[in-house]
Design a protein around this ligand. Structure first.
Ligand code: HXC
Length: 288
């Protein structure tokens, strides 16, 4: 059954904003990334989502495709972002079936709560591999196609007018905010997300001259996601939204709207930025 549009996208965007564009997304089986892709598909894009779990990835692709009757959405399961060849095979399939890649969302992540004493060396390495190496592999495998797309969609450097073909050549890494302050039981993730932010900043500089933009979206506590369900201690979950600076959790729509903004013409001069979508949650003093 199709999700109501109001669950994943605001009503302010033009329906054909991303017509004929292609988005490639890692971690697309998860709640946040699937909402990002669903919003882009609703606005005209076709999509390729990848994940490790075959059934979950294919089922999510079918669900996302219901956002628009003519949408083409491919789910490529058995893809591990830690393995470059596995990821490259998914990228090749995306390009051969959908014709290229205009937008990338690098969203695959690994997370669990563990103190440094509980965290094994392999546990630390596993999260570094999924988040940092996986994001690098995603960028490495898709940048040649983003380069082709950026060449077609560049803003004119003299007139500063957007391309009549729309936008393309953009990458978003889904990061977090815990590394801005540090967070107990999240050392592995904090170190990894700091690395992801650094990767995005370097791509922004190195590929900016080719017209590619690279940005971070850093979600805060988003309702009905694995992050909130699994990572918030159970005794603080009940009504903890009340103590947030805006008196609520974020929604997946908040993240999807930020994604549409960064990929749209409105986001053309935003590069090397971390867009924190957390209602100022990370600025709150930690509970004593
Ligand atoms: C301590 C743990 C652990 C835990 C795994 N490990 N879970 N250590 N506490 N709860 C250790 C294992 O013991 C092992 O080390 C090492 O990590 C690798 O574990 P595997 O299970 O073999 O790895 P793998 O199958 O690759 O699974 C990766 C994973 C898993 C990260 C551990 O949780 C996973 O696949 N997650 C994907 C989905 C996910 O995490 N999504 C969350 C995103 S939410 P040893 O030493 O025993 O070999 C998010 C938002 C955050 O990021 C928002 C915050 C508010």
């Amino acid at each position: 059954m199709a999700l109501p549009k109001s669950d994943y996208l605001s009503n302010i965007w033009k329906d054909d904003l991303f017509k004929n564009k292609v988005v490639f997304c890692t971690g697309g089986g998860g709640t946040i990334c699937s909402a990002q892709v669903r919003a882009l598909v609703h606005l005209g894009a076709n999509a390729c989502i990848v994940g490790r779990n075959v059934a979950k990835t294919e089922k999510m692709a079918q669900s996302i495709a219901t956002a628009r009757p003519s949408a083409k959405v491919i789910g490529v399961g058995a893809t591990d972002v830690r393995n470059f060849d596995s990821l490259k095979a998914a990228v090749d399939r995306c390009v051969s079936e959908l014709g290229g890649i205009d937008f990338v969302i690098a969203g695959a992540a690994g997370n669990f709560l563990a103190s440094i004493n509980q965290l094994s060396v392999n546990g630390f390495k596993t999260v570094m591999d999924i988040d940092v190496l996986g994001s690098y592999n995603t960028a490495k495998a898709t940048l040649p196609y983003l380069q082709e797309s950026a060449a077609k969609h560049k803003v004119d450097s003299k007139t500063l007018q957007p391309s009549s073909l729309g936008t393309g050549g953009r990458i978003i890494f889904v990061s977090a905010t815990m590394h801005y302050t540090g967070m107990i039981f999240q050392t592995h993730v904090s170190v990894a997300k700091a690395g992801v932010d650094a990767l995005s900043n370097n791509i922004a500089l190195e590929f900016g001259p080719l017209g590619i933009t690279s940005n971070i979206i850093a979600p805060g506590p988003i309702a009905n996601t694995e992050g909130v369900e699994r990572l918030l201690p159970s005794d603080s979950k009940e009504e903890s939204w009340k103590s947030q600076p805006l008196g609520r959790y974020g929604s997946i729509r908040d993240i999807a709207d930020a994604t549409v903004y960064l990929f749209s013409d409105a986001g053309s001069y935003v590069n090397g930025h971390a867009l924190v979508v957390d209602g100022a949650s990370w600025r709150m003093p930690a509970a004593s």
